[in-house]
Design a protein around this ligand. Sequence first.
Ligand code: ATP
Ligand code: MG
Length: 225
Amino acid sequence: MVIPVTTELDVKHKGIVVMGGTFNPIHHGHLRTAVDILDRFAFNELRLIPCFQPVHKDALQVKPFERLHMVELACRADPRLKVDRREIERQGPSYTIDTLAELRQEVGQTTPIVLTVGMDSFLSLTTWKRWAELVQFAHILVVSRPGWEPELPSKLEDFYEKRRANDVTELQSAPSGKIWQTSLTPLAISSSMIRKLCAQQQSIAYLLPENVREFILDHQLYQKG
Ligand code: ATP
Ligand code: MG
């Protein structure tokens, strides 16, 4: 019997990465993180998932389809970046646990799913719906973010220590359950900074893709603070 060295299944097992966000608007902090993950680690695909209604933020001035459109414009520059519209189409409050449960159904029980979050989001994890169950569906990849120190509240610290991975390969050899912290290209860019600059009629050039900047100016988004 001939046993192939690399099967299609092995490749599939490297898994998919998901990056959820409000993307209000998408910027180079999100995009550089996504590209770094694709270039440095051998995952099969990376999906950006704009939320319909963020659970922990006030009502937004910009409509969900406008935020989605900006994500689509940004992803045109790299065909490896996929836009997943499920939260926008599902409508209502966007809970990550629901999205991960759906994805798990779709990809089957063995393919790794990796949820990427910035350090700021990870620090608030215990406020998310059914937060402790997230790792039943996916791994968590925590990316450092300038201005956010890894000072975890004790409940989160215990949770992290029990599931801590030392290397990315641990996320690729099991379907879910591990948490790995890493540092990629540190960029101190945030959507709130971009909204603030727009409201003050200052330039947002070089913080986000040029086609997204043009869309913001053409549609006069973020004019009011
Ligand atoms: P806001 O300022 O409105 O909160 P944001 O810039 O934090 O927006 P989000 O859409 O809230 O953007 O973030 C989506 C995800 O991307 C989160 O997990 C967040 O931690 C991460 N992220 C955002 N900006 C960066 C960045 N500059 N570096 C690394 N991760 C980031
Ligand atoms: Mg944020």
